[in-house]
Design a protein around this ligand. Structure first.
Ligand SMILES: [Mg+2]
Length: 363
C-alpha cells in the first residue's frame, strides 16, 4: 500500500455554547483535515485543531508544517514499512505536534485497513465502550451551576469544571456547582495554569475543608513550572494531573521520575499522535501512574483516534473526550459513536472514518 497523494481540507463546526477556560474563549471548531490517498484506493483521515494558546500551532503553522515538511516525507512510501514511516514523520520537523498528529492518525488508519483490523485491536485492546466527562466552561458561579445541572440532566456522571480565571472566585464556583448537583456526580477541575503554587495549595485545601470532594486538579500552575507543580502535588490532598506540562514522552517520563504530579494527561495534539502516546502509556504502566486521555476542541476524526487508544490501554483510566459532544453538528462520517457520555468504538478496519461532509479542500 503506497502513499500516492495527500490532500488538505478545512472544516468549521459551531459549538453548542462558547468554550471558556483560563487561557481562551472559542465559539467554533476550525480544524485542518488530512486525507492520505494510496495506490489501493484506501484513504486515511487525520485532523488537527489550531490551539495556539496551548500547542503554539496556528492554522498557518499546521498547513506550513504539512506542506513544507510532512507531506513530502510520506508520499511515495509504503504503509507496510510502518516503523520507518513513523520515525520519518517524527523527525522531519521539530515541534509542530498537531500537524504530526494529524498525519500519524491517518497512517494508523491506513495500517489498520491494510491488515483489516481496527486500531484498538491492533494495539491489543478489547474494551469497546468508554465513558467521558464533559467540560463546564469558566463563568460566574451561578452560570456554572446552571451549566452543571444541564450536564447532569444530559446524563453525565463526571464533570470537568474549568477554573483559574479570576481565581478569587474559584471556591465560590465549586461551592455553587456542588450545591446545585449534589454529591452523586464526580467533579474534577482544570485550572489551565491559572494559579500560583501557594495559591493552588490554599484554594485546594479550602475546597477540601468545604467538603467539595474534588477527584483531581488538572494543571494548577504554569506549564514550565515543574517545581511549582511538585510543590502543589506534595502539599495538597487533591491529586494533581499534569496536562500542559506534558507534551512529549520525555516530559511524561520526567514528571513520573520526579513525582511532580500524580497523574498524566495524554493528548494526541501535544505528543504528535498515537506513536508517541503509546510511549507515554508504556512509561505510565512502568511507573504505575494512571493517565487521562484528553482532547482539544476537536471534531470526531482526531477524537476518534484517541478513543481507539483509550479502548486499547487500561492505564488510561480517565476519559476527557468531549470535543464531539460540545459541537452543534457532526460533519464526520463513520468512526466511534458519541452518545453523550457513552462512546462506542467502531469495529471497522483502521480508525473507521468514512468521509467528511462540508469540507473545503485547500488544494
Ligand atoms: Mg487541561
Amino acid at each position: 500500500m503506497k502513499i500516492t497523494e495527500v490532500r488538505l481540507g478545512k472544516i468549521s463546526v459551531p459549538l453548542r455554547v462558547p468554550f471558556k477556560t483560563a487561557l481562551r474563549s472559542v465559539s467554533s471548531v476550525e480544524d485542518i483535515i488530512v486525507e492520505v490517498h494510496t495506490d489501493t484506493g484506501a484513504v486515511g483521515y487525520g485532523e488537527a485543531p489550531p490551539t495556539g494558546a496551548i500547542t503554539g500551532d496556528t492554522t498557518g503553522a499546521i498547513l506550513g508544517a504539512l506542506q513544507d515538511h510532512i507531506i513530502k516525507t510520506v508520499v511515495g512510501r509504503d504503509v507496510d514499512d510502518f516503523e520507518d514511516l513513523m520515525q520519518a514523520l517524527n523527525s522531519c520537523i521539530v515541534k509542530n505536534t498537531s500537524a504530526k498528529a494529524a498525519m500519524d492518525m491517518a497512517l494508523w488508519d491506513l495500517y489498520g485497513q491494510l491488515y483489516r483490523i481496527p486500531v484498538y485491536k491492533l494495539l491489543g485492546g478489547s474494551r469497546k465502550q468508554i465513558i467521558t466527562d464533559i467540560t463546564i466552561s469558566v463563568n460566574d458561579p451561578e452560570e456554572m451551576a446552571r451549566d452543571a445541572v444541564d450536564a447532569v440532566r444530559r446524563g453525565y456522571d463526571t464533570l470537568k469544571i474549568k477554573v483559574g480565571a479570576h481565581p478569587e472566585l474559584d471556591v465560590a464556583r465549586l461551592t455553587a456547582v456542588r450545591q446545585a448537583i449534589g454529591n452523586d456526580t464526580r467533579i474534577r477541575i482544570d485550572a489551565n495554569q491559572g494559579w500560583e503554587p501557594k495559591q493552588a495549595v490554599r484554594l485546594l485545601n479550602q475546597m477540601q475543608e468545604k467538603g467539595l470532594d474534588i477527584e483531581f486538579v488538572e494543571q494548577p500552575v504554569k506549564a514550565h513550572d515543574i517545581e511549582g507543580l511538585k510543590y502543589v502535588t506534595e502539599r495538597s490532598y487533591v491529586p494533581v494531573l499534569a496536562d500542559e506540562s506534558v507534551f512529549s514522552p520525555e516530559d511524561a517520563l520526567h514528571i513520573m521520575q520526579t513525582r511532580a504530579a500524580d497523574l498524566v494527561n495524554i493528548k494526541l495534539m501535544k505528543c504528535s499522535g498515537l506513536y508517541n502516546a503509546l510511549k507515554i502509556a508504556s512509561a505510565a504502566e512502568v511507573y504505575g501512574v494512571e493517565c487521562m486521555i484528553g482532547c482539544m476542541l476537536e471534531a470526531k476524526i482526531s477524537v476518534n483516534a484517541a478513543v481507539h487508544l483509550a479502548c486499547a490501554k487500561k492505564i488510561i483510566t480517565k476519559i476527557d473526550l468531549d470535543g464531539p459532544v460540545l459541537c452543534s453538528e457532526d460533519p464526520i462520517l463513520g468512526g466511534a459513536v458519541f452518545d453523550e457520555q457513552r462512546i462506542t468504538v467502531s469495529d471497522e478496519p483502521g480508525l473507521g472514518i468514512k468521509g467528511v461532509e462540508k469540507m473545503t479542500y485547500l488544494d
